[in-house]
Design a protein around this ligand. Structure first.
Ligand SMILES: *Cc1c(COP(=O)(O)O)cnc(C)c1O
Length: 401
């Protein structure tokens, strides 16, 4: 039977759906109806394909990392999403969301951001396509992530400082949500991963699936083999992983591995391994595996990679875990930082710390499966991380400013 999820109510098995106030549900229904029209509209698809090719620079290369392959014993391929305009996979779904916002007659896109990666990608798409953009960001994150804050401002976006609570990502989500509820007619809340109420997990997956579709044809052209044996991607909310996995779900010979952040330990607040340690619950309007306390409130989370520290995870991943189609493992901060330097020094590619989690797991897998092919989604480039890495880990790797 062919995989065909979500169902018409946005469920992937028991996960997903839409658990939101009635007035927002009406708006989500409108978004869903318009998205389904856009999906089948050749003009919409043509415009998106044009932007992917000529603006983002797609198709991104599939690179056979021969040095890494020789050293660890498997054939490792890197899907170079780090080479996209703006440096990561996020631009793929931001362009889709902003095109849809225009189609819906919206004037503005809004979103929250933690480290600023989603904010910059959305600000970029909004600048290109002529919509206003407000990005909600905690004051603590604003102080920490100055280069991305400046980028957004240069791109013409308003960065709204969030002053409540811990002044980080969670409060930014809350405030952005409040702003959206106040005016869901002229604004679109452009969610940054395969999370949130239906239809966002489906929509973001569809926009990202260009990644897996390209890999399928590139792998065949380059190797003459029909399919890769293993796929590996890091999982925060899960958009880069779904983008790589989705086109291969019915190809049951392909093993798929999602890599969560194991952080610095197994205690609450020391990791963000949602699927590994969480249990089903509801967050931000959808059901998924969730790191939660005994009352169902989201736990605090941590990872060295700020793009991976979310207490929930995409509903589709939650279901793929339960049906056993994707395997989920985790990688510690230390293993990720080791992989960050290994890839930099052996292939001349500096990966994002998020992507370094996937590289670290691929290296482990290579040792277990000698000779097999492994495609890693290199979701982003590490330029944004170099100051942090050198300040915190430089000495251990013999680097001094
Ligand atoms: C945001 C981000 C991630 C995590 O998001 P997903 O939705 O899980 O893909 C991973 N890698 C990079 C480079 C990111 O910027």
């Amino acid at each position: 039977m062919k995989y065909n999820l979500p169902d018409e109510n946005g469920f992937f098995g028991e996960y997903g759906g839409s658990f939101i106030p009635e007035e927002l549900q009406k708006i989500m229904n409108e978004i869903n109806v318009e998205y389904n029209k856009a999906r089948k509209d050749p003009e919409f698809q043509k415009e998106l394909a044009y932007l992917y090719q000529h603006y983002v620079g797609r198709p991104s290369p599939l690179f056979h990392a021969q040095n890494l392959s020789k050293k660890y014993g498997a054939e490792i391929y890197l899907k170079r999403e780090d080479l996209n305009h703006t440096g990561a996979h996020k631009i793929n779904h931001c362009l889709g969301e902003v095109l849809l916002a225009k189609r819906l007659g919206k004037k503005k896109v809004i979103a929250e951001t933690g480290a600023g990666q989603h904010g910059v990608a959305l600000a970029t798409a909004a600048a290109l396509l002529g919509l206003e953009c407000d990005i909600y960001m905690g004051e603590v994150d604003i102080a920490k992530e100055q280069p991305n804050v400046i980028r957004m401002k240069i791109l013409g976006t308003t960065v709204v400082p969030v002053k409540s609570g811990q002044r980080t990502l969670k409060e930014a989500v809350d405030e952005c949500f409040d702003a959206y509820v106040k005016d869901p007619v002229t604004q679109l809340y452009a969610i940054g991963s395969v999370v949130g109420p239906h239809p966002f997990p489906q929509m973001v997956r569809d926009f990202q699936s260009v990644v897996g579709t390209e890999v399928k044809s590139q792998f065949k052209t380059q190797t003459g083999q029909a399919l890769p044996q293993n796929l590996v991607a890091c999982v925060g909310g899960g958009s880069n992983a779904m983008g790589l996995f989705y086109p291969f779900i019915d190809d049951t010979s392909v093993n798929m591995y999602g890599v969560e952040p194991a952080g610095r330990g197994t205690a609450v607040g020391d990791h963000a391994s949602t699927i590994t340690y969480g249990k089903p619950g509801i967050i931000h309007g959808f059901k998924c595996y969730l790191l939660q306390d005994e009352n169902g409130a989201p736990s605090s989370v941590y990872s060295v990679a700020s793009g991976l520290d979310y207490p929930g995870v995409g509903p589709e991943h939650s279901n793929l875990k339960d049906i056993g189609r994707v395997n989920y493992f985790n990688i510690t901060d230390k293993e990720a930082i080791d992989a960050f330097f290994e890839l930099s020094r052996i292939e001349g590619i500096i990966p994002a710390i998020e992507s370094s989690h996937a590289v670290a797991y691929a290296i482990k897998l290579a040792k277990q499966k000698p000779g097999e092919s492994i495609v890693v989604n290199l979701s982003g480039r590490g330029d944004k991380d170099i100051d942090f890495v050198i300040d915190n880990y430089g000495k251990q790797y013999g680097i001094h400013r």
